[in-house]
Design a binder for this molecule. Structure first.
Ligand code: ACO
Length: 329
């Protein structure tokens, strides 16, 4: 059976850099607080005329160029996001429109910070079953437009940035590609990190939702922190053990960029050496479904990711959802 290989990757970060000093002017916070708690120094915010599918489209074009594929060679689009252009329809179809290609299957994955991992697993299933030959997987977010910049939301607002990453996935017989995936969801903790309104549980949008600020993300920060570390360590160990590998057999760990402290703690618990773990949160912030593909691209740019490397991707996010993917790049 064919394996699914990443044949191209690309990312897009909006031009506007928002530093912690910029945030100090927008809300009651400090560079010291943000750096100490999250490791973040700056993030990007989309321009007024840029929405999630636009960012995704730019990243997709770069990934296609990298794969030496034309848009019309894609036969499926998967779009992972928690901040879609519209409540419905999804953003995958909007990327198909912007690519100017024939109608095809396009689906959105709604698994927050684990969205790229879930999307990669779906792409892998399409390729291995023969249902698709060339899948475009996009992870993109515009968080900046839906954050609470007041004291009530500042512990969340300072963490997030906008951006997009994309990969092209194709079948290969040469032994490289996705080797294993382990994904999990635990709805019991859905309300520990969420945007409650609007939705069918709370009703369509009302002035009261605005007054009560239920339209903004809420997060039980310490609870999320603890679970993220526990699950990422546990899942990394499980996927390694299942595949008869030790932590040393992995050339590069690319974790979801939620918080530098989470990744440092995970690395410490697993005993990983610093040069094997790629982090870019300092300059990008938390871009949820876009964070892993952006990190993969920047790891390659900096020479840390090379063809033939054994790579372990791992992430945790709202849902709670989490997972790990093992691949040979
Ligand atoms: N600037 C300044 N002060 C702040 C800010 C801010 N942006 N936000 C909160 N504070 C204050 C609080 O009001 C509180 O003040 P008080 O002691 O006077 O009451 C104090 O700082 C401590 O607040 P806590 O919320 O308890 O801070 P904590 O040490 O838990 O850090 C943080 C908050 C950074 C969110 C932490 O809980 C965390 O890292 N959680 C992990 C969550 C995460 O990374 N989420 C990312 C999204 S989910 C994902 O991608 C996996």
């Amino acid at each position: 059976m064919k394996r699914s290989v990443i044949t191209g990757m690309g990312y897009y970060l909006p031009e506007r850099i928002v530093t912690n000093a910029d945030l100090e002017k927008m809300m009651n916070t400090s560079d010291e607080w943000i750096v100490q708690r999250s490791g973040i120094r700056e993030r990007r915010y989309a321009a007024e005329n840029e929405a999630t599918a636009d960012l995704g489209f730019y990243a997709a074009m770069r990934a296609l160029e990298d794969a030496e594929r034309k848009p019309e060679e894609i036969d499926r689009i998967i779009f992972a996001t928690l901040s879609p252009d519209y409540y419905f329809p999804g953003s995958g179809g909007l990327v198909q429109e912007r690519l100017g290609i024939e109608p095809m299957a396009a689906l959105d994955v709604r698994n927050q910070c684990s969205g790229f991992l879930y999307g990669l697993d779906v792409a892998d299933a399409f390729i291995r079953s023969g249902k698709a030959r060339c899948v475009l997987l996009v992870g993109a977010e515009v968080h900046s437009r839906s954050l609470d910049y007041s004291d009530d939301g500042r512990h969340v607002a300072v963490l997030f940035g906008d951006g997009a990453g994309a990969v092209v996935i194709e079948g290969s017989d040469d032994g490289a590609g996705i080797k294993d995936a382990m994904l999990f969801a635990q709805g019991e903790y859905a309300r520990e990190l969420m945007v409650e309104c609007p939705g069918t549980r709370s009703g369509l949008i009302s002035p009261r939702m605005f007054e009560e600020k239920r339209i903004y993300p809420t997060m039980n920060g310490r609870f999320v922190f603890k679970h993220a570390v526990t699950r990422m360590v546990e899942t990394t160990r499980r996927i390694l053990e299942k595949n008869g590998l030790s932590t040393e057999d992995i050339d590069l760990y690319v974790f979801h960029q939620a918080n530098l402290r989470i990744n440092q703690m995970v690395s410490r618990e697993l005993g990983l050496s610093e040069e094997k773990v790629f982090n870019n949160i300092e300059r990008v912030g938390n871009t949820s479904a876009a964070s892993i593909p952006i990190a993969l691209c920047q790891a390659r740019e900096s020479g840390r990711l090379k063809r033939g490397d054994t790579v372990l991707l791992c992430g945790f996010g709202s849902g709670f959802t989490w997972g790990a993917i093992l691949l040979e790049y």
